[in-house]
Design a protein around this ligand. Structure first.
Ligand code: MF3
Ligand code: CO
Ligand code: CO
Length: 256
């Protein structure tokens, strides 16, 4: 596959999909409390997407994924499967990852939530992971190279004595969920593909408190840290503009 450049009309559709994905995260926020199960989170998101937004939950059935959102708790890095027996408790950290399809186009975004009273080391990991995403976003403009983005994310994570997951990465996005290019969250400045106006892709760093190695659970989806330590991830869908970047999945709490 090669990198597709979106027309202004396509960017309009991506903007709508992106806003809808962001609105799912805003809608679910007050529900993320100790005592809720990740399956309930999934059900609430599913019903909102299907009944209120009239969008397709992109995760549901994607390569056999059984649920409508991913819920990744504590040492789960990504692709956690919502389950009735996974009940949130005070001190947990959770990523909810939402992807919608509207009018054929995808919007993909995730954020972390701290449940109840979370230890300060966990809150720090969550904050640094968000800063990694924001530092990557700040660089995006025509001519910026993918290695520049990977480098700044890696530098900020490792500078804070964390590690960056290697096996999973950001991606081009549009009519397909996962398009070229791969957007890895490590690298060297001045390397990799140069960005052009009209490209749309995600940045979604997974930052581990310990080592970067992963383990895939027997369910075929859940990705955990090998060392059992915490992991945090934040994701936005972006469009490269003539002069910089538009964050297509920005929430109202964010100002870019
Ligand atoms: N939303 C994830 C991403 O950021 C992909 C989830 S695929 C699923 O790319 F099948 F697990 F839902
Ligand atoms: Co993604
Ligand atoms: Co995602």
């Amino acid at each position: 596959m090669s990198v597709s450049i979106k027309s202004p009309d396509e960017i309009d559709k991506m903007r709508i999909a992106g806003r809808l994905a962001a609105e799912v995260l805003e809608m679910i926020t007050p529900h993320i409390q100790a005592g809720i199960s990740t399956a309930e989170i999934d059900r609430i998101c599913h019903d909102y997407m299907v009944d209120v937004q009239n969008v397709v939950p992109a995760c549901l059935g994607y390569r056999g994924f059984p649920k409508s959102v991913c819920t990744s708790v504590n040492h789960v890095i990504c692709h956690g499967i919502p389950a009735d027996n996974k009940v949130l408790k005070s001190g947990d950290i959770i990523n909810v990852d939402v992807t919608v399809i509207k009018d054929g186009y995808h919007g993909d975004t995730s954020k972390m939530f701290c449940v109840g009273k979370t230890p300060s080391h966990a809150e720090r990991l969550v904050r640094i992971a968000q800063e990694c995403l924001y530092k990557g976003i700040e660089l995006v403009k025509p001519g910026c190279q993918l290695g520049d983005i990977g480098h700044i994310v890696q530098q900020h994570a490792e500078g804070n004595f964390y590690s960056v997951v290697r096996e999973y990465c950001g991606h081009g996005i549009g009519l397909e969920f996962h398009e070229d290019p791969q957007v890895v969250h490590y690298g060297r400045p001045g390397t990799g593909m140069a960005l052009q106006e009209g490209m749309t892709f995600t940045i979604e760093p997974m930052v581990n408190a310990g080592k970067y190695q992963t383990r895939l659970k027997k369910d075929g989806w859940t990705v955990e840290t090998r060392d059992g330590r915490l992991s945090a991830q934040w994701e936005h869908t972006l469009a490269v503009t003539a002069t910089g970047v538009e964050v297509l999945t920005a929430r109202s709490e964010e100002h870019f």
